[in-house]
Ligand binder design. Sequence first.
Ligand code: ZN
Length: 305
Amino acid sequence: MSHEAKTAESAVSSQTPTKTTYNLPRPKPAYYPHENSPLYANRALYTAIHDARKTLASRHRCEPRSGIAVRIPAKSIFRITTPSGPQVCDLNIWSFADTRERFWAARTRQLHSAHLSTFDRLWSNLPFLRPLCTITHDTMAASGARHDEHGGRVHDTLGTRCDPYVDKLISGQDNDYHCHSNLTRAVTRWGLGEMDVHDVLNVFQVTGLNEYDQYFMETCPARAGDYLEMFAEVELLVAISACPGGDLSLWGWGETGEGEEGDMRDCCRPLEIEVYSLDDEAAVLKGWSEPKVVDYRGNHGLKRE
Ligand SMILES: [Zn+2]
């Protein structure tokens, strides 16, 4: 969650809501999907993974306004859940074998869409570029991915984590339980630190761009028991933060208890990560192989003497 302008009416923007007509043809998506493209998941395979018999291997609770980081074995399935009702989740992912490889929100947004759902893949940064995991089920998209009258959609890559620096800049306060800080504390036990925390997937968060092209957020519509399910393509370190903005029904961070923040701690709830193993991995994953990093062999135009 980021703490941007509250209303378009009161906000300053370089952009205008007025559209210009050049009579241009309707643009196509830049990375238009086509059959057998390496960018897109084999839907039959990932449907089979979701449908397969699986056993719960571990469950990890993330208390309200905190973070956890969990090692996820390759070829397992993990779910991020809202056990007690609506709560926004900020997600970071690294390859466990080499944590320099991590989720790349911007490229994922280009390759798929600005909001993610079933069959989208979470791609890693350069010089790696491979899917770290693939979404196999999304309970919030049961009747088609959410798309509301304001353009709001769920599971957001447009924004990033809330952080104490922008908060201090705006409010003058020192608040210590932003998602950036929750993720930072969570990864320290794995030998990572603040500089490893990266742009997130905002799970369960509804966002969009208004007529001024400005980022907005809406109240989280998740219910108790909703989940986003992913297949780990490689061994992962997965960190989540239960955003101190809670379900985003109130404005504030709940650390001062003053003014508009009111009793916003009441809208902060826990999250969980459930890790499942496939009962018959060999049969279900027939036809699957671990994604390889892209085999680019050039040297960026640098001459080798
Ligand atoms: Zn947050």
